[in-house]
Write a protein that binds this ligand. Structure first.
Ligand SMILES: NC(=O)c1ccc[n+]([C@@H]2O[C@H](COP(=O)([O-])OP(=O)(O)OC[C@H]3O[C@@H](n4cnc5c(N)ncnc54)[C@H](O)[C@@H]3O)[C@@H](O)[C@H]2O)c1
Length: 336
């Protein structure tokens, strides 16, 4: 009988989503949560007590130099993703990096290069790909021709860091990436063109795009629209919602993508809802791939592609022109 692999983990960034990962990792039999780090030392201390981590530190360098740590979860503000990922990869440690990969193509390229240089395994936090209803939709509709999706949240406070243009990038880059990623994941061919309209409708003090209606065209001729904004959760369809059809079949995902209804030959089937599991759904996929020596379940290349498409949408909003994803600055990032 083989011995289960013990992963010796550290978390960098002891904030709200670091807590989701800490909660899961601290209860997972195959993982030892050896360290937690945060530039706010007291936050790291509180985390270590609450989740039973081996030690707390306000120095990331201590985690990097610890030979007992083999895998690091990076759960910090977006402008820190590239420098931290570079350091963690250079230290020879595998890493899980929260979404979005980064806010610029330059930073995304830095992360991809760091992973390729070091040979570590790295994954980005696009957890919606692993929601059971999304997995079911991908199996049911392998070649959607028309997709309609949304991530529409309640109003984000102006002083929320995610609304800071440098730290967070605003709602469309910060949270819209979730649904753009899911749509790219569900379509079998590459997105080739983006046209978007929108702008800043709710945050006059911030230089960000907070509202977007994004239209994607895929290489096989399929089209998708993605609506993003922090303008009020739609009560019926919920914050995350998605519909796909292929001419014969269709599917509706709702209840934050925890429920799916399918329709085929006029017959509607409503499937029982799955409970939402927070970070567990993607941490399990990441840990399993590491333990079995398999490729990353969410490669940094695929996460770079998602940022590229969102940046192209923002460019389209600003110029009023459609953006060709097969040439120019975006083309390289579309290859996964
Ligand atoms: N997958 C999801 O559904 C989901 C949901 C929420 C947030 N997130 C992502 O998680 C990440 C963190 O978001 P959050 O809401 O937890 O933010 P947060 O502000 O609650 O926590 C971030 C923490 O990182 C620390 N930090 C910042 N820079 C650091 C550095 N250089 N070294 C060490 N610590 C540092 C901060 O002090 C803070 O404690 C972001 O990428 C965010 O987009 C993902």
């Amino acid at each position: 009988m083989s011995t289960p692999r013990i992963l010796r983990a550290a978390i960098i960034g002891c904030g709200s989503y670091g807590a989701q990962h800490a909660q899961f990792l601290s209860g997972y039999a195959g993982v030892e949560l050896r360290a937690v780090a945060d530039i706010a030392g007291e936050r790291a201390e509180d985390f270590a007590k609450k989740y039973g981590a081996g030690y707390a530190t306000d120095e990331v360098a201590k985690v990097l130099a610890d030979p007992e740590i083999d895998t690091v979860w990076i759960c910090t503000q977006h402008h820190t993703h590239a420098p931290l990922a570079e350091q963690v990869a250079a230290a020879g440690k595998h890493f899980f990096l929260e979404k979005p990969l980064a806010l610029t193509l330059v930073d995304c390229d830095r992360i991809v290069a760091a992973v390729e240089r070091s040979g570590v395994m790295a994954a980005s936090g696009f957890k919606l790909r692993f929601f059971p209803a999304v997995v079911a939709a991908k199996q049911f509709l392998t070649k959607p021709t028309l997709t309609v999706a949304q991530v529409i949240d309640d109003h984000w406070p102006a002083d929320f860091w995610a609304n800071d243009p440098i730290q967070g990038g605003g709602n469309v880059l910060s949270q819209g990436c979730h649904m753009v990623d899911t749509v790219l994941h569900l379509h079998p061919t590459s997105a080739v063109r983006v046209y978007a309209a929108g702008g800043n409708r709710h945050h006059p003090t911030r230089d960000i795009v907070d509202t977007a209606s994004i239209t994607l065209t895929f290489a096989d001729g399929a089209v998708a629209t993605v609506a993003v904004g922090d303008c009020g959760v739609p009560p019926h369809s919920s914050k995350f919602a998605l519909q796909l059809s292929d001419g014969a079949r269709s599917a509706s995902l709702y209840n934050r993508l925890n429920s799916i209804m399918t329709r085929e030959d006029g017959k509607v089937t409503e499937h029982p809802a799955w409970p939402e599991e927070g970070a567990a759904v993607i941490d399990t996929a990441f840990i399993t791939a590491l333990a079995e020596g398999k490729p990353s379940p969410v490669s940094v290349q695929s996460a770079r592609r998602t940022t590229a498409v969102v940046l192209a949408a923002i460019e389209s909003i600003k110029t009023g022109q459609a953006v060709d994803l097969t040439s120019g600055v975006y083309a390289a990032a579309m290859k996964v």
